[in-house]
Design a protein around this ligand. Structure first.
Ligand code: SF4
Length: 330
């Protein structure tokens, strides 16, 4: 039997939802094909399709779609408007299927799903059924696949928060496999929280292997996914009184939590020209200043060079290590 191949770009929402999407499509009998990791070519291909001031993660996403051409029957591109009542996603996510269609006309057919929780459960089920209908006419089968996907998503979140794993580490673990405990590097010189969108923190091409470099320098890394929803919620409420943007928890909530719970320093990662992030990072910066904890914001763009980033990291870590030494001697 020939299986339908569904292409999934390893960019943007991939880091949050891949296990759920994979489960959904495989339950419906499809084969999931992933785009390769981000490279210079992937970025160049994506950049060539859009105006210069389009944000870096969207350019990279388009490059991943191009990398999937000829490898799949459909490309899966959800339009994620809202996954929680009155909490909204960045506008770039809303028009992603339309934008892709417009700038990559030769793209394989796009399998899209409109997720907007504000429109009610009935609308949500209908949107999911529209996708499932490509594989089966049975609403029961689609329902079963959707429930399995939901369980897979919950398991993925639980795995990351209980085992303190990053999304790439958790994705690499089979659902039924043994729990993997990743030990912190020894000796740990500092606990460094790294906050920002998952597509910035875990795409090693965009961030010039930031997490790896920090670990090599003896830092124990703390990321937003290692916290529970409850921890993120209460920290977000303490700063802004409730989330408006979808990513407010991952940026403001994670930043505030780690600032108050033992991080020696916080690094915020954002991209040039991102409106929501510039506001959210500023809130974390202010909270860090109040608490006297070192905070550094790294703004990435297409032309960011590794050398500049390494110099800033070294200076930041050096300041933290000296501060810790001074505290120990006092
Ligand atoms: S949140 Fe910022 S970086 Fe992410 S897609 Fe929107 S504009 Fe781009």
């Amino acid at each position: 039997m020939i299986m339908i191949k569904i292409g999934i770009p390893q960019a943007l929402l991939y880091y949050q939802y891949y296990p759920a999407w994979q489960t959904f499509f495989e339950e419906l009998g499809a084969e999931v094909v992933l785009s390769p990791l981000t490279t210079k070519t992937v970025l160049a291909e994506g950049s060539a399709r859009v105006v210069a001031d389009t944000c870096l993660p969207v350019k990279i996403f388009l490059g991943h779609v191009i990398a999937l051409m000829d490898k799949c029957d459909y490309v899966f591109i959800p339009a994620l408007r809202s996954v929680e009542r009155k909490v909204y996603n960045c506008s770039k996510f809303l028009g992603l299927p339309d934008m892709t269609r417009a700038v990559i006309p030769e793209c394989p057919p796009i399998l899209e799903v409109d997720i907007d929780i504000n429109r009610g459960k009935r609308q949500l089920y209908q949107s999911i059924y529209q996708v499932g209908r490509r594989f089966t006419w049975s609403p029961l089968k689609v329902r079963r696949a959707a429930l399995a996907a939901w369980q897979s998503h919950l398991g993925y979140l639980r795995l990351m928060s209980t085992q303190k794993l990053t999304p790439p580490q958790a994705i690499g673990i089979p659902a039924s496999g043994p729990m993997l405990k990743v030990p912190p590097p020894a000796p740990v010189l500092a606990n460094i929280a790294v906050i920002g969108h998952p597509y910035l923190l875990y795409d090693e091409y965009i961030n010039h292997r930031l997490v790896h470099r920090l670990q090599q320098a003896g830092s124990h890394i703390l990321t937003p996914e290692m916290l529970t929803t409850g921890q993120l919620d209460s920290a977000t409420i303490s700063v802004v009184g409730g989330a408006y943007w979808t990513y407010e928890r991952e940026v403001v909530g994670a930043g505030a939590h780690y600032l108050e719970h033992g991080a020696d320093g916080v690094i915020g990662v954002m991209t040039f020209g991102c409106g929501p992030d510039s506001v959210m990072m500023d809130m974390v910066r202010r909270r860090a200043a109040q608490l006297g904890t070192p905070f550094m914001c790294l703004t990435l763009e297409e032309h960011t060079a590794s050398a500049g980033l390494v110099t800033r990291l070294e200076a930041f870590l050096d300041m933290i290590h000296r501060k810790k030494r001074a505290k120990t001697c006092a």
